[in-house]
Design a protein around this ligand. Structure first.
Ligand code: SF4
Length: 326
């Protein structure tokens, strides 16, 4: 039966034709099946496709399919909104949403795999959609168990804003996914302005948990750093960031802000030469660095742009983070 659900992407017991009809009917009464329903697909010019998905109770979430040559990346949501409220994130604007169940998280992957017609073992999965995975750790860990039926843990990345108890809980798992941490500032003052969660788990606590993360040889922690014009993009910030992350086997992924004048008023993407300079400063300090000019931008599917609903709310009140202070 699992073969039907996974390899053949079945969404009901009804289609499992090699099972006796009476058994299918009994299964149907006892269990819920069904993949999230695709409400809309929006394609960006670069090939990324954003899927608006409806869950059984009507809640809508978003997943993104990013074809990368022969391989695929599927970005899944872990919550139907987010309470963490990072200043650079559109999802944070819609506020908290319920935790998704393990089946609803793995179901996003299966729904995208079925729509995009790719088979088992072809995909990477990243928990970078709506929500903070480590505020829903139990369901996320159960979703990892499901996903690992066909995606190796080395091809799964859980991205967190730095929820220390969640990192510690995930670290207990036998098979570890890759860990990505949204850092976005090398000092507490700037990070708290951009990511209020830093008030609860400041940088020192976060790095204590990261030093205890049982990294296998050859693997690295990824630090995501959203670059915001005149907020966290100075050379001094780059130098301080290098000092902070260098002791850990790690790499830095720079994400020039995905501007959204409607949702993130007052926040700007730095000019290209400043992004280059920031990357060069890190590289010169011996920190592996990449710049992600986000895929899926044209479909509002890039990191920090998923909202799972179409009705805009008024922009949030501007915070100090938006005024150039560095
Ligand atoms: S970046 Fe992630 S943790 Fe922060 S508000 Fe957006 S969805 Fe939540």
């Amino acid at each position: 039966m699992l073969g039907w659900l996974w390899e053949r992407r079945a969404s009901s017991f009804e289609v499992m034709s090699d099972l006796p009809r009476a058994l299918r009917e009994r299964l149907d009464e006892a269990f819920e099946t069904g993949l999230p329903e695709v409400v809309r697909r929006t394609a960006a010019e670069d090939g990324a496709v954003k899927f608006l998905l409806r869950l059984a109770d009507g809640v809508q979430v978003e997943a993104v399919h990013i074809p990368m040559g022969r391989r695929q990346t599927v970005c899944v949501s872990s919550q139907a909104g987010c309470a963490v409220d990072c200043a650079f994130c559109v999802t944070g604007r819609i506020g908290a949403g319920r935790n998704l169940l393990a089946g609803e998280i793995a179901g996003q992957y299966l729904a995208v795999a079925r729509e995009a017609a790719f088979g088992p073992h072809d995909a990477n999965v990243v928990f970078m959609g709506m929500g903070e995975p480590l505020l829903n750790t139990t369901n996320v860990m159960a979703a990892l168990d499901l996903l690992e039926r066909e995606v190796s843990n080395r091809r799964i990345t859980v991205s967190t804003a730095g929820i220390v108890p969640g990192i510690e809980q995930l670290a207990q798992r036998k098979r570890l996914p890759n860990l990505a941490v949204s850092l976005s500032a090398p000092d507490d003052e700037t990070r708290t302005r951009l990511m209020p969660v830093n008030r609860i788990w400041p940088i020192a606590d976060l790095f204590r948990a990261l030093r205890a993360w049982p990294l296998e040889p050859g693997r690295r922690i990824t630090f995501e750093y959203v670059l915001v014009d005149a907020v966290n993009d100075s050379e001094a910030a780059a130098a301080r960031l290098a000092q902070l992350v260098r002791p850990l086997p790690s790499k830095v992924n720079l994400i020039p802000l995905n501007e959204s004048p409607e949702w993130l008023p007052g926040l700007r993407r730095p000019p290209v030469d400043r992004v280059d300079q920031f990357a060069r400063t890190l590289a010169a300090a011996g920190v592996p660095v990449t710049v992600r000019w986000s895929k899926g931008l044209g479909a509002a599917a890039a990191c920090g742009q998923l909202k799972g609903r179409e009705t805009p709310r008024p922009p949030r009140k501007e915070r100090g983070a938006r005024s150039p202070h560095h």
